[in-house]
Ligand binder design. Sequence first.
Ligand code: FE2
Length: 487
Amino acid sequence: MKNRNRLTCVELRAALLAFKRAQPWLPSGLKKWIFGLLLVPGLALAAPDTVFTVQAWKNQTLVRALTQDAACPGIRFDQHAERPMRLRVAPQSLAARPDQAKTDAGPVEFKERVCEARWPKGAKTARVAGQPVPAPHAHIHRIVLIGDTGCRMKAAEQAFQDCNDAVAWPLAQVAMSAAALKPDLVVHVGDLHYRESPCPEGNAGCAGAAWGYGDGAWREDFFIPASPLLRAAPWVFVRGNHESCWRAGQGWFRFMDPSPWSELRSCDDPANDADADFSEPYAVALSKHTQLIVFDSSKTAGKPYAETDLAFQKYADALALARQLMRKAPANFFVSHHPLLALSSGWRSGKAAAAGNQGLQSVFEASFPQRLFPQGVQLTLAGHIHAFEAINFVSDHPTSLVLGNSGSSTDTQLPLSYPEGLSLYPGVQVGDYVASADFGFATLDRRPAGAKDAWLLTEYNTQGRPVFHCRVGQGKSHCAKAEDGLE
Ligand SMILES: [Fe+2]
């Protein structure tokens, strides 16, 4: 990685020069000797390529570090002695999965050693090789929401985004603008990896871009551009269809998934996909009253499932577990990559259309025929559709947010007002609606309201200028253009 060790080396050089200048009275031989003593441990302070914090199961927090060094770096919590991070998974060279050949991929190289440490209860700060690590917050006041961030390179669709152009693929700008807002938590609603085919010869827009399912593409598509935001706060990663086993699932389990890494759930062997393509849901507390329920929908189909289908059973079991988790808080935000109630611009037909995922709808409807979600769900967060949408319902359905506009080529523009006669799902009646297919990201700011929480949603453009404001709470939302102000 280009910036590897840069900070450590710059800091070290500055410290050594300061020492040389500050001690003019020392004999030059002695000065050289002391200088050498300082230099040796200094060089041993090699910084890892990436350090980030993951909010995981049962409100555990994990620190992860990626390094190409021979061993994991040390971590220091508060004033305790530094100890080595645990190895999560070692570097590996893997043959391409047989089904990955469909998407051009060759052998998969993972050069990074993935290291991990659990954040001890009560610890306030952590440093990895001297670098500060984002600390978890007991009470979350500001959440950054992003989704569908990678640079699309896919030969099967003849789709090649200009990955070399920071405007055409704006993830780096989004990460910088979002980090400047100093969030307490970042939620990525899935689809991090998009570089599945090599850039065609003669295409200057993506010339030289890394591609494939190994960590070279993961670095360019996510870790490097997202780095300011990775340094700003802990993250919740939601798995998208791009991270299912036959696509970038191997990287997902090495880097992002919050559970312990295991060979059986690594996506390395397609024989294990029936397990590894599904995950148990988990909760992340935002306050005493509100929690996120994180749901892996990565493998869902675009058609309704028969009840005998294995995927139906898997998602029904996951929904039952999610319902148990929801009993721990009166207000739940349900986060999955695929939305159940949303619309798309209809890029094939040119006409706005219902775009809720039919596979999930068939499973959720079987348990919750009218509402699709349990009563405790007040808000749903999703991506997959490359646009921003905030939809309030007159019928008894939780407000639906779509946040898939943070980097990958966006949908064509959505209608400014809700299309008359368009039904998102039987029995669903849309009220307040705003949408935009411009690139951007959003924040949720918590406003404690007595025994309950109320939230202010703000949708920003890539430069961090507010575009929409929405009042969100008790399952409902009301939005307005930022320039008009909220009533
Ligand atoms: Fe997706």
